[in-house]
Design a protein around this ligand. Sequence first.
Ligand SMILES: Nc1ncnc2c1ncn2[C@@H]1O[C@H](COP(=O)(O)OP(=O)(O)OP(=O)(O)O)[C@@H](O)[C@H]1O
Length: 254
Amino acid sequence: MIKLESIYKSFEGRTVLDDINFSFEDGKTNLIIGQSGSGKTVLIKCIVGLLTPEKGHILYDGRDFNAMDKKEKKALRREMGMIFQSAALFDSLSVLENVMFPLDMFSNDTYRDRVKRAQFCLDRVNLTDAQNKYPGEISGGMQKRVAIARAIALQPKYLFCDEPNSGLDPKTSLVIDALIHDITTEYNMTTIINTHDMNSVMGIGDSILYIYQGHKEWEGTKNDVFTATNERLNNFIFASDLLRKVKDEGLKQR
Ligand SMILES: Nc1ncnc2c1ncn2[C@@H]1O[C@H](COP(=O)(O)OP(=O)(O)OP(=O)(O)O)[C@@H](O)[C@H]1O
């Protein structure tokens, strides 16, 4: 579990995050949602240690991140898997070599075992046949799957995904969402996804944190979204007529 206690962050005197409290639970797909500029990226950067909040605590299974020394932070980073907006694969390395990269960096296993582990992860994301291809030779959705295989290579306890569906068509986005959701349950990881994608909210939102202008405006699950009375949340989620209809139909069926 990752727990946020009263997180505060500002830039040049301008408050960007104010008093954020939230618990991201194990085995759940936790989403951070909010309008552009609301502070989602700054928050996820604070959580992974790329930014330091001026106030508050970030607890990784009870361990205060900012109270850790360098060695402890390094050990914790080994427990983190990350999937960035662009898949950020190495173009000059094959798919297999990309997935092996973190293993080559951090694992003491033999070469043979590292290859086996990378192949296992590629198999998990259904990319066994693509292992000798290069990123330039596969689709955006496949690249995302390679990024997922790479992120889970070291069996992380915590998985961070920044806009994992950016640049993907809706159908491929569903495949990626389902994969992240399944892997989260399978490995009981604490997964945090920063997203704009309403399909993700409705599909895999086990736990949702809605940020509005830097503060926590609402929290709940994908089911709670349908009955939520928070006006800002409703304006954000049901911005389109189509989604408003989905909400109305959903309420009728209850
Ligand atoms: N390094 C920085 N220096 C100054 N201001 C920053 C910095 N990083 C972010 N900000 C500001 O913090 C606010 C929140 O930005 P953030 O990138 O977290 O928004 P976001 O919710 O992730 O938006 P989007 O959905 O568009 O990615 C914005 O007003 C942004 O300009």
